[in-house]
Design a protein around this ligand. Sequence first.
Ligand code: ZN
Length: 260
Amino acid sequence: MSTSPIRVTVWHEYVHEKKNAVVGKLYPDGMHTVMAEAIREHLGDNVVVRTATLQEPEHGLTEQVLAETDVLTWWGHAAHAEVDDEIVDRVHQRVLEGMGLVVLHSGHYSKIFKKLLGTTCSLRWREAAEIERLWCIMPGHPIADGLTDEFFQLEQTEMYGEFFDIPEPDELIFVSWFEGGEIFRSGCTWNRGKGKIFYFRPGHETFPIYYDANVRRVLANGVKHVASQRSSAPVRLNAPCIDPPLSPIAADHQVDQSLH
Ligand code: ZN
């Protein structure tokens, strides 16, 4: 495994801050800059962080940027449909090749998340500034490293509730309880190809979620965790026919090549 710094690209649609006064006041330089700071704050010299936004050419996700990205974080909400399908395919391919992906909050409905998971990723929601308690149900998981209690609490959040239409997670690290009664699987991981995905629920734009110490810690832990599969081992993604075989095969078998 490489010991060089994790190369992180924090991607943000960067729309709400410019149109909504509450969001603009909370995040005057955009949510992406605050998320980038949180990652640097916790990972220090072990990380190099850049940001990219929807408005940049190729949404800031050129072939070169993605080739130089070990972990991509994704926040989108109002402009999912404006993300070019070609860029989505490019990100998808990179995840299968081993790039880590951290999808945040309303990114549950992004093209890239739905494409990777293959389900609707629908959920129920309500914005009522209610309390959320995120219970850690895998306290031994690296993503929970540094938390000091069995749960952490956000005083005012948007609610996301079950049923969350996702494939069963490989790991379920956090389950949220909401003041209004719902529960939600709010910290999940999946493997796709050689890549690892972490979905983390908090992040509604009208509350100061990305200034919360626990959220910042889990975000950074998540980045570190999905990058942990950086390995030089090859991955084949084009269903190759292995002929000749690695060892001799006794059978005399005629292949109808027209079937392949
Ligand atoms: Zn939201």
